[in-house]
Design a protein around this ligand. Structure first.
Ligand SMILES: Cc1ncc(COP(=O)(O)O)c(C=O)c1O
Length: 413
């Protein structure tokens, strides 16, 4: 196959014809109607060679950018010894990765069950909470997002689930950050509370420092399991290895995905404290994921953790987050009618605007100015800026300049 020729001439038409005409319609509107061809670092190039800086990072998948050389080398090396591995047999690669995760996750979190996707890992977290507590109720946040699989879908907003009922019963939502509303729902039927540490799809709403200690206390009092979803916020995104570290609490279950893949091999993980493993000890084959924890992928993830966990890497993320915050506060001063709020935790950045329509308009303007970023689906008045963590200072300047130009265009509109 001559890929260069195919990407240039036929791929987009075939995508429309054989994958999704509906998506292509939306891409045309947003200015995303191209086929990513060459990709390198923070950049993706379309079929005609035009380049875009990827400020979506697919929610953290591209923390090390596109096709990171160290991780490709690790995968090549891994494939000399390993393959996916038989999921019913013991595995050295899974053992080594689980041990590393136990070392790196907070408190006494010890066991890991591997999966392929974040949704799958969330589903297992909810299964374990229900099995352990023998209670039905799962409490999540309005505007939160944990995936589109069975239980994960049931935690989400009505918009995503209304066509697919009847869904699993027992799911309720409370406003994010509202401890009083949470307390009311935490009765004797509550199995678990599940929150993203920083809800991403809700527009990067950063909770105050006393929020998660409050959630921990309420869960303990009610005997409910505290599940923290770090699929987007984890793995160095906020300048800490895990975003929950900022809050000094130990959740009962931590779910992670996206960035574990190093953008080259799918991987997700449900990490749990020992008391939750009792059920799995009694029923070791109750949850199966054939492709989960691919052995070759485990080696990539081990390398991702080694690279992410370096203190100098994390302090660079915080420094770059500071550079964005400074640049964005200048933009806010110049465009006070359009920029209501800047929310920054490391390189997890939300821009709050006054009306829902601005998210879409800014997305369109940014793509014209060479930056791929997307408004927050569950709060379209917010823009999400999540560049690869390896972004350089000159690339940060490029994004800030594109934002400035885009806001100037929006002022005219
Ligand atoms: C916070 C969060 N949790 C879970 C998921 C689901 O992950 P996946 O799409 O890999 O199933 C996502 C996906 O965007 C997410 O953002």
């Amino acid at each position: 196959m001559d890929w260069e020729k195919y990407l240039k001439e036929e791929a987009l038409l075939d995508y429309e014809k054989y994958v999704s005409p509906g998506k292509l319609k939306a891409y045309r509107l947003l200015g995303f109607d191209f086929v990513p061809a060459r990709r390198e670092g923070v950049w993706i190039y379309d079929q005609n060679g035009r380049k875009y800086l990827n400020c979506r990072s697919s929610g953290g998948v591209f923390n090390f950018g596109h096709r990171p050389a160290e991780l490709i080398a690790e995968l090549e090396q891994a494939l000399r010894l390993f393959d996916i591995g038989d999921h019913l047999l013991a595995s050295g690669a899974r053992a080594a990765l689980a041990k590393k995760l136990a070392e790196l996750t907070p408190g006494d979190i010890q066991y890991t069950v591997f999966g392929v996707s974040g949704g799958e890992a969330v589903d297992l977290a909810i299964k374990l909470a229900r099995a352990h507590t023998q209670r039905p109720k799962i409490i999540s946040a309005i505007g939160g997002y944990h995936g589109h699989t069975g239980f994960a879908l049931a935690t989400g907003d009505e918009e995503f689930k209304k066509y697919f009922g009847p869904l699993a019963p027992g799911f309720v939502q409370v406003p994010f950050g509202d401890l009083k509303a949470l307390e009311k729902e935490l009765d004797q039927t509550a199995a678990a509370v599940i929150f993203e540490t920083i809800p991403a799809t809700f527009g990067i709403k950063i909770p105050p420092l006393d929020f998660f200690p409050g959630v921990r206390k309420l869960c303990d009092r009610a005997g409910a399991v505290m599940i923290i979803d770090e699929v987007q916020a984890g793995l160095g995104r906020t300048g800490k290895l895990w975003a929950i570290e900022e809050y000094n609490v130990v959740p009962d279950i931590m779910v992670m995905g996206k960035g574990l893949s190093g953008a080259i091999y799918p991987m997700s993980a449900t990490c749990l404290r020992p008391f939750l493993n009792r059920f799995l000890e009694e029923h070791p084959f109750i949850h199966i994921s054939t492709m989960g924890g691919s052995e070759a992928g485990c080696l990539v993830t081990l390398k991702v953790l080694e690279m992410t966990g370096k203190p100098e890497f994390l302090s660079e993320v915080r420094r770059k987050g500071g550079a964005f915050e400074k640049g964005l506060s200048g933009i806010q001063k110049r465009h006070p009618r359009l920029v209501k709020e800047i929310r920054c935790q490391g390189l997890m950045i939300g821009i709050g605007m006054p009306e829902p329509k601005y998210g879409m308009l800014l997305t369109m303007a940014l793509s014209k100015n060479g930056v791929i970023a997307l408004f927050a689906h569950n709060d379209p008045s917010a823009m999400i800026i999540m560049p690869p963590l390896i972004i350089s200072d000159s690339e940060i300047a490029f994004v800030l300049e594109a934002l400035e130009k885009s806001f100037m265009e929006l002022e005219k509109f």
